[in-house]
Ligand binder design. Structure first.
Ligand SMILES: Nc1c(N[C@@H]2O[C@H](COP(=O)(O)O)[C@@H](O)[C@H]2O)[nH]c(=O)[nH]c1=O
Length: 193
């Protein structure tokens, strides 16, 4: 199993999300590229999030930073043009040891902040009512979708679709509840010094 595979964490700590879902393609809204119609649902969308006076350029940047506690890694990922790729480099050596048991709560936190700080995102979520939301990874080279997404198989999207599921939960309940370790946001102070 790859170091980067998060499926074992989901199985152990978030069994309620450990499943493969299937959705009829005709009833799906797909998240693929930021520039596309529903691109605002993508974590990479330009939706600045301000926390304790620090501005994060996207939910993705915030999520990637939450993996780290060390100043060097935090600063490198914060300054990176592509935080996801830079985080991958630092993860092997510097990922916080409890990342696995907080990963879904971290994602919920980031999406909840985006929701609270961006009305356009709230409006678009409401507009998507009645449709399934899926992250479309069909064009990705790997054979199977990862935990966050799905792939198109004939007339349906199939995969764990955790990103889509969290967005649908947010749409339904108007909030995502999360429980983070007390030090989860300490990294923000490292960006101020
Ligand atoms: N795995 C994937 C995307 N999926 C996105 O990756 C994010 C989390 O990645 P990770 O930190 O690896 O768990 C999350 O925002 C999810 O929507 N996107 C992409 O362009 N390319 C990828 O390969």
């Amino acid at each position: 199993m790859s170091f980067y595979s998060i499926a074992p964490f989901i199985q152990e700590y978030y069994p309620q999300y450990y499943s493969i879902e299937t959705y009829p393609a005709a009833q799906c809204i797909t998240i693929h590229k930021v520039a596309e119609e529903w691109g605002l649902f993508c974590n990479f969308a330009h939706t600045p999030i301000v926390l304790y006076g620090v501005t994060f350029k996207s939910a993705e940047q915030l999520f990637q930073l939450m993996k780290f506690k060390d100043k060097e890694a935090v600063r490198a990922v914060f300054q990176a043009r592509n935080p996801k790729m830079t985080a991958k480099k630092w993860e092997r050596t510097h990922r916080r040891p409890d990342w696995g048991c907080m990963i879904v709560d971290a994602m919920k936190f980031c999406i909840q902040q985006k929701y609270e700080q961006h009305e356009a995102f709230q409006v678009m979520l409401d507009k998507s009512e009645g449709k399934y939301i899926v992250e479309d990874q069909t064009s990705f080279p790997k054979k199977a979708p990862d935990t966050w997404g799905t792939k198109l198989c004939e007339d349906h999207y199939t995969g764990p679709n955790l990103l889509g599921r969290l967005l649908m939960e947010l749409r339904e309940y108007k909030r995502l509840d999360y429980h983070l370790p007390a030090n989860a946001l300490d990294f923000i102070q490292l960006l101020k010094k």
